[in-house]
Write a protein that binds this ligand. Structure first.
Ligand code: TXA
Ligand code: MG
Length: 351
C-alpha cells in the first residue's frame, strides 16, 4: 500500500482533502492525523473491524483499549452511557484540550475498543485538523498514538511515516504537535478523580476544578499494575537502554559528565538527552552528534514538546547506552518524568 502524506496548512482551504480523509475513516479505513498532543492513528470508533485493524497496524496488545476522539459535545453522548458531574466540570474547563476522560461506556461502543472494560476514554482534541476530520467522518474516531507499539509517540508527520510507511493510506500533516506528550487521562467514574496518565492538564489545574485528585500509585513504580492498561507496557523507549539521572539541577552537569566518562572508559558509545546547560558542559567529552538538547533547564513546555523526537533520534545514531537528564515532577514535569521513567524501564540514578 502507498502511504500518502497530505499537507493541511489551512483547514478552511483544504475542505476537499478533509472530506476525502473523513470518508476513508467512515467506511473503515485508517487515517493518521495531528492533534495538539501527538499524532493519532484513527479509525471509525463504531466499526469493530476498522478498530481491529488498528491493533494489527500498530502491533498493539489486544487488552489495551483505544480512546474515542470527538469533535463536539453532541458526539460525547453517542459514545457514553452518561456524563458524570465531574466530567461535566472538566469538559467545561478543559475541552477541547489535552484531556481524556474515562466514562461509563455507551451501547454502540464495540468490545474491541474497550478491551472488555465497561468504561471508555473520551477526548476532544484542540486541533483544527483533528476536529475537522472527525466532523467530516461523522463518528467518534478511535485513535491511539500513531507509533509502532512500544516506540515513542510521533509528534511530526515524518515520524508517523517512519513507523507507518506502507501500512496506512493517508497521513494528514498538520506540522509539529504543540504539547508533545499524550493527553492527561482522568478516571471520572468515581467520587474522586484519578489521574491514570499525567499530561499537559496538570494535577494542579485539575484540582482547581474538581478538588483533590489522586495520582494512580502505579505510575511511580514498576511493581504495581496501573489502571490504564497501556501504562503497564515498556513504552516511549528508544532501542538503546536509557538511564535517567534524577536530582538537583545544579548537580546535573557534573553527574552527567562523570557518568558519561565512566561509561566511555568501559568502551560504550554514550548518547545524551539533556538540557542546553548540561549539553554545553559535556562538549569535548561526548560528540555533538550524540547529544540531543531539549531546551533550557526547567523550560517544561519546551522539554515536553521535543522529548519524543529526541528519543526517536537515537534510533538513527550509533549510541549503545543513553543518559537522560530528569526534571522536576511538579506541573507538566510529572508527565515528562513519567515518560522518562517508562523510557528507562524505571532505571534511575539519584544524585
Ligand atoms: O493524547 C492522546 O491521548 C493521544 C492522541 C492521539 O489523542 N492518544 C493516545 O492514545 O495517547 P493511546 O492509545 O496511545 O493511549 C491511550 C491510553 C492507553 O494507556 C490505554 O490503556 C488508556 O488510554 N485507556 C483507554 N481506555 C481506557 C479505559 N477505559 N480505562 C483506563 N484506561 C484506558
Ligand atoms: Mg500510545
Amino acid at each position: 500500500m502507498d502511504t500518502r502524506i497530505i499537507k493541511i496548512d489551512d483547514v478552511a482551504e483544504c475542505g476537499r482533502e478533509l472530506m476525502t480523509a473523513g470518508r476513508v475513516l467512515r467506511y473503515g479505513g485508517i487515517v493518521a492525523f495531528p492533534t495538539e498532543t501527538v499524532y493519532g492513528l484513527g479509525a471509525n470508533g463504531f466499526d469493530e473491524k476498522a478498530c481491529a485493524h488498528i491493533y494489527e497496524v500498530k502491533g498493539r496488545p489486544s487488552d489495551n483499549p483505544l480512546i474515542l476522539h470527538v469533535s463536539g459535545r453532541d458526539m460525547v453522548d453517542t459514545a457514553v452511557s452518561h456524563v458524570t458531574p465531574m466530567a461535566e466540570k472538566l469538559m467545561a474547563a478543559f475541552c477541547p484540550g489535552p484531556l481524556t476522560m474515562i466514562l461509563p461506556r455507551g451501547k454502540r461502543v464495540p468490545d474491541r475498543i474497550t478491551g472488555g472494560l465497561d468504561t471508555v476514554g473520551i477526548r476532544m482534541p484542540d486541533n483544527d485538523v483533528a476536529r475537522a476530520l472527525i466532523h467530516s467522518a461523522g463518528c467518534p474516531v478511535a485513535a491511539p498514538s500513531a507509533n509502532i507499539s512500544g516506540r515513542p509517540s510521533p509528534t511530526t508527520a515524518e515520524s508517523v511515516l517512519e513507523d507507518m510507511d506502507g501500512r496506512i493510506p493517508i497521513i494528514l500533516d498538520g506540522g509539529p504537535c504543540r504539547f508533545g506528550v499524550e493527553s492527561t487521562i482522568v478516571d471520572c467514574t468515581g467520587e474522586q478523580g484519578i489521574v491514570l496518565r499525567p499530561g499537559a492538564i496538570t494535577r494542579e489545574m485539575l484540582e482547581e476544578v474538581i478538588g483533590d485528585v489522586m495520582i494512580d500509585p502505579a505510575l511511580s513504580g514498576a511493581d504495581t499494575v496501573p489502571r490504564a492498561p497501556g501504562m503497564k507496557y515498556r513504552h516511549y523507549a528508544p532501542k538503546a537502554p536509557l538511564t535517567l539521572i534524577e536530582g538537583s539541577p545544579d548537580k546535573m552537569a557534573d553527574a552527567l559528565r562523570s557518568e558519561a566518562r565512566r561509561l566511555i572508559k568501559e568502551g560504550h558509545t554514550v548518547g545524551i538527552i539533556a538540557s542546553n546547560e548540561s549539553v554545553h558542559a559535556l562538549s569535548g567529552i561526548v560528540p555533538d552528534e550524540l547529544m540531543a538538547s531539549y531546551g533550557h533547564q526547567g523550560d517544561l513546555r519546551r522539554i515536553a514538546a521535543v522529548l519524543y523526537e529526541a528519543l526517536r533520534s537515537f534510533d538513527r545514531k550509533p549510541a549503545d547506552v543513553l543518559l537522560a537528564e530528569g526534571t522536576t515532577d511538579e506541573g507538566l514535569g510529572l508527565a515528562i518524568m513519567n515518560r522518562l521513567h517508562k523510557a528507562s524501564g524505571f532505571h534511575s540514578l539519584h544524585i
